[in-house]
Design a protein around this ligand. Structure first.
Ligand code: ZN
Length: 469
């Protein structure tokens, strides 16, 4: 082994140890947490009612294992989320994570059940005349299989007659082979339904850009951190991603226009296409006979990512807001129950309309104010430093930044319109500002860290700071 390689491994180990060392909160952190806690609207308890609604129990064995015996998911991993927030955790995130960590089977309506807290996403079971229509079978085969076992245990054995993927992200299709076989799909026993363009977009994200995106996702989701008050607390839209087997079965039926209707196993469904929002191929669906709306991942319990730390095409905050407006126009006045593929459902027409409206307004405000500042001459970093939701929108728990943030998302708006660059050509190469930043980094972080940053592209892209000149 060369000296260079030996040194690199040693540095990586030291670095990993430093990165994962658990330390108590500093006094500055404790003061900041206390100041935030004093401002949070804890008197608003509506989410607790929604998150507990219809709970029917969970698995007796908390460990969901892979075929090799390794643990894919531990249902008790987040049991530490009890009582007041410790100083090491943002009190708003602690509140949010406690709600997301509830796991088990929940009855959403007379015909609809969800298994939540078994993965980063939810799986939904619609009871048809003869079997189940499944929406979004989680990220991994192991967690999907465990969720289906819980449904069968609590509600009785029924076959799966159809699977609907609401969009092209792997946490909404990756578990499909845990509950459905390719042979049954090929035999026509089970329909696989997805929005038009699903397969192309799923391949684009998970195969073409897969290695880079997976590497970055490990940082975004804290994949290798141990859950705990000084470790991983929550991803913001679910507790974390299961460590199981990601699978796929190609769709057999595509939805290609808003207003398209399907009748499957006695269940009527109406679709709204939402391409270019949270995913390039995504759709909402509505159950007109039951006044129930599924908002896929287009409306969430957190501000979502318009720019994603893991990568993915930059999203369009304006299109997102416009499609939420369309959802409100199409469905809000005839919906009594709304569920999504992350987080908990909402009940009551007033609560649902207020949620959709305020959530839409947050994305529209993000877009419009970023554009206003951009046109006034500010660059992306300046906008990101200043933009914030007004209190009338920021007061809503679901508009807070547990997953995406206003600051980071404003960069998506800037990047979408301005390509994220400065118009001054000399700065594209090696500007004095970059040289100065590189020199400062070298002085502060030491020659070893600088060497890693300069010579290890896979690590460098996860580190803050300018490119070396
Ligand atoms: Zn998702």
């Amino acid at each position: 082994m060369s000296w260079t390689r030996t040194a690199w491994i040693a540095m990586t180990l030291v670095w990993a140890g430093l990165a994962q060392a658990a330390e108590p909160a500093t006094s500055a952190t404790s003061q900041a947490q206390a100041a935030l806690k004093a401002k949070l609207p804890f008197e608003d308890r509506q989410d607790y009612d929604f998150a507990d609604h219809g709970y029917l129990g969970t698995l007796s064995d908390p460990l969901i294992r892979r075929a090799d015996g390794a643990i894919a998911w531990d249902l008790k991993a987040y049991d530490f989320l009890q009582g007041p927030a410790p100083d090491t955790v943002n009190p708003s995130l602690w509140h949010h994570a406690g709600l997301l960590a509830k796991n088990g089977l929940f009855q959403v309506s007379d015909h609809i059940w969800q298994v939540r807290g078994f993965d980063v996403s939810n799986v939904t079971f619609i009871r048809g005349k003869t079997g189940w229509i499944v929406i979004d079978p989680l990220t991994t085969a192991e967690t999907a299989k465990a969720a289906f076992a819980l449904v069968t245990d609590k509600l009785g054995a029924r076959p799966i007659v159809a699977v609907i993927y609401t969009h092209s992200h792997s946490d909404h299709f990756g578990g499909v082979r845990g509950i459905v076989s390719q042979a049954d799909v090929d035999a026509g026993k089970i329909k696989i339904i997805a929005p038009e363009g699903f397969l192309k977009e799923a391949v684009s994200e998970n195969v073409i850009a897969g290695p880079a995106m997976n590497r970055r996702a490990q940082f975004q989701f804290g994949y290798k951190l141990t859950p705990g008050p000084t470790g991983q607390v929550s991803s913001g839209i679910g507790q974390g991603i299961a460590k199981g087997t990601i699978t796929l079965i190609a769709p057999t039926l595509s939805i290609d226009h808003t207003g398209q209707a399907l009748h499957i196993d006695g269940v009527n469904m109406l679709f709204q296409m939402t391409p270019g929002t949270e995913a390039p191929a995504e759709m909402n669906l509505y159950f007109p006979d039951w006044r129930v709306l599924c908002m896929a991942e287009n409306a969430n319990v957190s501000m979502h990512n318009v720019l994603t730390p893991r990568g993915a095409l930059v999203r369009d905050a304006k299109a997102w807001a416009d499609d939420l407006t369309r959802s409100i126009d199409l469905f809000a006045s005839r919906t009594d129950i709304m569920f999504t593929s992350h987080g908990w459902p909402r009940f009551g027409q007033g609560a649902i309309k207020a949620f959709l409206t305020d959530h839409r307004d947050a994305y529209k405000y993000l877009h419009d104010q970023s554009v206003r500042m951009m046109n006034s001459g500010m660059v992306g970093s300046e906008i990101a430093d200043q933009i914030a939701l007004p209190e009338v929108l920021a007061k809503d728990w679901f508009n807070r930044g547990y997953y995406g943030t206003m600051s980071f998302n404003s960069r998506a708006v800037y990047q979408r319109y301005m390509a994220g660059t400065t118009p001054i050509r000399s700065i594209w190469r090696c500007s004095p500002r970059q040289k100065k930043a590189a020199a400062m980094l070298k002085r502060w972080a030491g020659p070893i860290r600088f060497w890693v940053w300069r010579n290890q592209p896979s690590i460098r892209e996860t580190m803050p700071g300018p490119r070396p000149c």
